[in-house]
Structure formats: C-alpha cells, structure tokens
Design a protein around this ligand. Structure first.
Ligand code: ZN
Length: 251
C-alpha cells in the first residue's frame, strides 16, 4: 500500500494542491497542524477531509479551535491562531475539536504509528538525534511518523543500538525531487515527512513522504508550488508579513 503522509499544512492551499497533483497513493495520513499561519484554513480542511480520514491533531489545530489558549505561542503564531479561529466555519471548528491525539494506529498498517510531535508527548519537538533517543528506546513499533518540527528527515536505530540521522540532501531547490530510504528489517525508525505549508529546513518546496508499506520504502518528496499566490493571500488577509516572507526561504 502507498501511504501519503502529510504534516504541517498550516492553511497553505497552494502547497497542498501541488503535493496532491504529483503524489500517487492509496491512503492519506495527516499528522496535524492542518491550520495556523496561512490564509486558507477552511479550504485546506475541506481538501484534507476529502482525501482521507486519518488525522492526528497538532498544537495549532488545538489553539485555532479553542481547546488550548495561545499563551505558549509567540506573538505572530498567536495572532495567526486568533485570526484562524475567527475565519473557521462552525462545522470546521467542531471537526478540529474532535481530532484525535496521537499515537494513531491504522489496522491496515501493522507495526506503524502516527503522531504530531513525539510518541511520548504530542507537543514535544524531535529536532536532533539526542531528542530521538528516548522515543527510539521505548517505541513499541518499527515505524513512527511524526511532524511538528517542519524538518524533513529520519532518525533510526539498528540492531547494534547505533543511532543514525538522515537529512535528505537534494541537488537544488527548484524542481520536484525524490529521495528513497529502504527500511531495514531489524531497525526502528522515526520518519518526518517535513512540512507541506511552512518548511523550515531551508528548502521552500512542499515536503511529504510516500511510504510503500509492502516494499518498506519511504520516499521523501519536495515539490515546488505557487508560493507567490500563498504569500498574496496572507498579505490580503492582513496576517503578519513575516508569515508571507518566510515561505520563500523555507525558514
Ligand atoms: Zn506546525
């Protein structure tokens, strides 16, 4: 089965559409932060619900629907969360409030789970190899997909307890690119598809993973999208300018 794993769309409809235009998949799993920062929250929720039924909630989803307040957010993120709350339809607010907390398991995919931040804490950031030691040590499954950091890549541990980190290195940041990682049978993996709508690894292109669960291959993808259109929507909505600027540099 080909599983499209999406994370951190952040109300960026143009980036989501570019991903869906190129990806071929059987099912979709969404790791949360569907909304927040970008200017198309209702459109992105509609599109996301149309393509799949598997979701975990992100911290921005919780803030936007009022499950948590925005005191932990920086001023720009807080402003965007409040703006999003005002824009969301009643139906979408209710839908966001019901999103499950991870880890999520899917019966067609044994030995695999899906979380927003970390399997131990939905709000924890797994940024480097040190952060991954705890989850890799206790994980009950071979493959865990996570998001939240907006950094595409993988952490894994082989049978010799040797930990490795993978950050995909692409040739450039212009066209669509793919990098394959074949999963070893005796290793544990934490896989981050990167962010669709607000990448922060210095690559502005939308990031996602297609996981071939039969071949046990994770394909990391980057696709260009109409970043100027997404920026224009943010500025037209009078959201903070910084949210538009950062999309072009992927930071
Ligand atoms: Zn996020």
């Amino acid at each position: 089965m080909r599983v499209l794993v999406l994370s951190d769309i952040h109300s960026n409809l143009e980036a989501l559409e570019a991903c869906l235009d190129t990806a071929s998949y059987d099912i979709v799993v969404n790791l949360g932060d569907i909304v927040g920062y970008g200017a198309s929250p209702n459109e992105v929720i509609k599109r996301s619900r149309k393509i799949g039924k598997y979701f975990v909630r992100g911290n921005h989803d919780r803030a936007a629907c009022g499950l948590t307040d925005v005191t932990e957010f920086n001023p720009v993120a807080a402003m965007a969360a409040m703006w999003t709350r005002q824009q969301l339809t009643e139906e979408n607010l209710i839908w966001l409030r019901k999103l499950p907390q991870g880890p999520l398991r899917i019966k067609e995919l044994p030995d695999t789970e899906f979380v927003h931040g970390s399997p131990l804490d939905e709000d924890e950031y797994l940024i480097d190899g040190r952060d991954a030691v705890g989850p890799l040590s206790v994980s009950p499954v071979a493959v865990t997909f996570f998001g939240h950091t907006h950094l595409q890549g993988a952490f894994y541990r082989g049978s010799g307890l040797d930990d490795e980190t993978l950050r995909p290195q692409y040739r450039n940041t212009r066209g669509p690119e793919t990098l394959e990682l074949s999963l070893k049978a005796d290793a544990r993996y934490l896989l981050n598809p990167g962010s669709i709508g607000q990448p922060r690894d210095g690559d502005w292109r939308a990031g996602f993973v297609i996981y071939d669960s039969d071949a046990r291959v994770a394909e990391f993808h980057r696709v260009p999208y109409d970043v100027e259109k997404a920026q224009r929507r943010i500025l037209d909505a009078a959201l903070p300018e910084r949210l538009a600027q950062r999309l072009a540099v992927g930071r």
